[in-house]
Design a binder for this molecule. Sequence first.
Ligand SMILES: *[C@@H]1O[C@H](CO)[C@@H](O)[C@H](O)[C@H]1NC(C)=O
Ligand SMILES: *[C@@H]1O[C@H](CO)[C@@H](O)[C@H](O)[C@H]1NC(C)=O
Ligand SMILES: *[C@@H]1O[C@H](CO)[C@@H](O)[C@H](O)[C@H]1NC(C)=O
Length: 528
Amino acid sequence: MIHFFQPLPIAILSYFFIVAQTAVNFSNVDIPKEHMPFYFSNFPEIAALCTNDDECPYKDDIGKNRCWGYEQSCDKQYSYSLPVCNGDSKGWTKSTEELVNRFYEEADFGYVRQRDREMQIMCEPLFKDDSSLECADHLKFCRGRNLMLNFTDLATRKEPMRYAMDVLKHGQIGGHCKLHEKRLLDQCDHISPLQSWGPELKNFVELPNRPIENHNCDVIVEKPTFILKIDATVNMYHHFCDFFNLYAALHLNSSHPDMFTRDVHILIWESYTYLSNFAPVMETFTKHPVWDLKTFRGETVCFRNVVFPLLPRMIFGLFYNTPVVHGCESSGLFHAFSKHILHRLRIPMHKRRNNKVHVTLLSRQTKYRRILNEDELLKQLEDNPNYVVKKVSYSHQMSFVEQLEITHNSDIFIGMHGSGLTHLLFLPDWAAVFELHNCEDENCYKDLARLRGVKYFTWEDPGKVHKEDEGHHPDMGAHAKFTNYHFDVEEVEAIVKRAADHVQKHPAFQEFLTFNGESDEQSLHSEL
Ligand SMILES: *[C@@H]1O[C@H](CO)[C@@H](O)[C@H](O)[C@H]1NC(C)=O
Ligand SMILES: *[C@@H]1O[C@H](CO)[C@@H](O)[C@H](O)[C@H]1NC(C)=O
Ligand SMILES: *[C@@H]1O[C@H](CO)[C@@H](O)[C@H](O)[C@H]1NC(C)=O
């Protein structure tokens, strides 16, 4: 990706420095092997080093001419993938081509491409070692060099901070560069905590001196730093929205071969210590302890290199509440994210000894949205010799990595509406998810499944499901999410059968069975 602005001498210097540093050991790139061809096409110098290195295990991945999809010269036929648009757009677009493009720009690597095209210089360096700030429209993403952030006032603030828009006051962020103030303020129009960097960057000022050379900072952070405004660490749907946007931001800031390095800092823009069941996923992005606003309370901090990544609640962002165009599915960006996280967490895909379909039922231990006749449903499914059925409860008792291993080895994933269904992101490509009941929240997991490219099923016949009662929302009274459900067993079986048909017919499933070599003719036939 060619960036809009880079002072040439600095760019060339740091470029050679980084190449020399990372090229030594290819394992440190640490991305799925299937992603290496894309990486090598973007960094031909690294590919050349691999070619000349007898130990390099990625020689097969060189010269494939592939591209993720956001590169300027990326030809569609070589891109990571194209959306599948067989459905009706319900009048949203006129032609299939328009439909494909729209989905690509809304929810695929085209989203990264669009933000990259928007990048504008907001604070312009005039000399080497000056500061700089450049941003996408509405300040959905920015990056800067040699910036000063002044956290002196935080020492006297006693209230906890989360979703706070007043962490910085005017002048508490700035750099030594020529500020295009109107340009910056014009983009400060999405002012809400998780929508943009407007609440912070509206305070940006031009400093009279270079803050680092002039010793204005108590702390100088040399390593690249991502500042994160996160949504919610307890809820898988919301926290993965945080991770997903961070992953997309790695691509948006991908001008260097170390684009996937974990040798970066993460500073979370709240005063709470980062704690989450999903913390192992955070560790796939950084090998250093996660910072928060307590870390630098009372100090002035200079960042050599800082990224303000894409946010979880951007208007027309990804993937929370996004109106994704009808008729398309399978985003390459979601696919790549899934593979990247599974790879970094070393989640294995187990070999199979037969062609049975692995069905996993996610059981909820909560007060509401329980399946009242769960045992009966399980018994019915277990009686089918074509299935291997497993009931799981993804509670705090089981580590997230163990949960992912089960999910990733499931072909059909069944569960009630709830954030646990976000696990569908990590199902294999041939899988189906069955949201037993969507509790009148129809699009949330249906869209997520569509984006990830796994088949989605849900309950359709209202006559064959019985609510325990009308539901008890604490404030709103009757509510479909606040009761329990009794399902018609035959109907469940019929829907699971349709899901199983999808899995068994899927070319990737058939290839998986063949490739893993264990599914010899014998066992195949004995199951049929
Ligand atoms: C390369 O890096 C990997 C992972 O960091 C490490 O296990 C391996 O020993 C390194 N190889 C060499 C030759 O340094
Ligand atoms: C940081 O902010 C404090 C309080 O607003 C101010 O007194 C101090 O001069 C600022 N530091 C720098 C280096 O601008
Ligand atoms: C972002 O990209 C710049 C180059 O444009 C690079 O120097 C920097 O290391 C990257 N930042 C992070 C946090 O990766």
